[in-house]
Design a protein around this ligand. Structure first.
Ligand code: NAP
Length: 291
């Protein structure tokens, strides 16, 4: 095992809770903080210490992992932690924050002398629980502390650049998420159309089975829809609303027109307005049954 580290995890939602558990399982001393304390408390059974404030969580930590809703939330929480931040601490920023969000967070790190890793993750609740995420990382490659954290939460680390402030990991994350969201809307519309045309959805899955049109992700999201399990969120629809916005804003900023992503963002907003915001993003399917 690598050296035992003290790691603060700020944000124990779907992803952060699983990451904190795996850090503790890897033998590290983990302190977790969450705005709604109740969500962090079950982690105590895994040996994680629950902190009352972000500052108490980061006090004396070797590394800080942020897994919050978006960039502004991460900035707000790190500002609360500021009195206890020490220069040289590794900040592994795994919130999907987008381009402007990551720039603001990198500036905060610079101001406080933190060693910043732009480290969004690919993979959802189940890979997070299995410690099998893919970490996209930019920052000082070869840093033993960061690598120990990445090894505990992920199966693979893909380095995109030597400086977290370059935002290269966040840019790759947005590109990857545009694919994830397109697949989710794609299968939602396929199943809505099948329903409308009285086609057995299983015939569609038989048609694509094992061929180049098949996609494991479409089968997972399709399964949630067909089995009426969209309430079992792996990737929350409200989170997808935010990610879709980040993709659309990034594309516009780059002068790139994304028709599908814009329509998809609207689809998520419609499903949220129907009351599906707290469900899995597969609930995009329901947006097909509104005007
Ligand atoms: P989640 O379960 O909804 O958790 C969101 C977390 O952010 C919660 O801890 C929430 O606290 C906290 N939060 C929100 N606004 C806050 C604020 N203003 N101040 C303090 N805390 C705040 O979401 P998640 O799925 O774990 O996602 C976390 C991050 O990982 C997001 O950036 C997401 O895009 C990214 N991500 C998610 C997945 C996935 O499949 N789920 C995959 C890759 C990346 P409360 O509990 O108090 O609400």
């Amino acid at each position: 095992m690598t050296e035992k580290l003290t790691v603060a995890v700020l944000g124990t939602g779907i992803m952060g809770a699983a990451m904190a558990r795996n850090l503790a399982r890897a033998g590290h001393d983990v302190r977790a903080w969450n705005r709604s304390r109740g969500k962090a408390e079950p982690l105590a059974a895994a040996g994680v210490r629950i902190a009352d404030t972000p500052a108490a969580a980061v006090e004396g930590a070797d590394a800080i992992v942020t897994v919050l809703y978006d960039g502004p939330a991460a900035l707000e929480v790190m500002a609360q932690a500021a009195p206890a931040l020490r220069p040289g601490v590794r900040w592994i920023q795994s919130t999907t924050a987008g381009i402007e969000g990551i720039a603001a967070l990198a500036a905060f790190a610079d101001e406080h002398g933190l060693v910043f890793f732009d480290a969004p993750v690919l993979g959802t609740k189940e890979p997070a629980e299995a410690g099998a995420l893919t970490v996209l990382a930019s920052g000082p490659n070869g840093d033993a502390t960061a690598n120990a954290v990445f090894d505990a939460v992920g199966a693979k680390t893909v380095w995109t650049g030597p400086d977290g402030a370059d935002g290269s990991a966040s840019r790759l994350k947005l590109v990857a998420n545009s694919w994830v969201l397109a697949l989710t809307h794609g299968i939602g519309e396929v199943l809505a159309l099948a329903e409308g045309l009285h086609v057995d959805p299983q015939r569609f899955f038989e048609l694509i089975d094992g061929g180049p049109l098949d996609a494991g992700y479409a089968r997972i999201k399709g399964g949630l829809i067909l089995e009426g399990r969209t309430d079992q969120a792996s990737f929350g629809l409200d989170t997808a609303v935010k990610d879709a916005r980040l993709i659309v804003e990034a594309a516009r900023g780059a002068g790139v027109r994304l028709d599908l992503a814009e329509a998809g963002a609207e689809r998520f907003r419609r499903a949220a307005a129907q009351g599906h915001g707290g469900e899995d993003m597969a609930a995009s399917y329901y947006a097909s049954f509104t005007q």
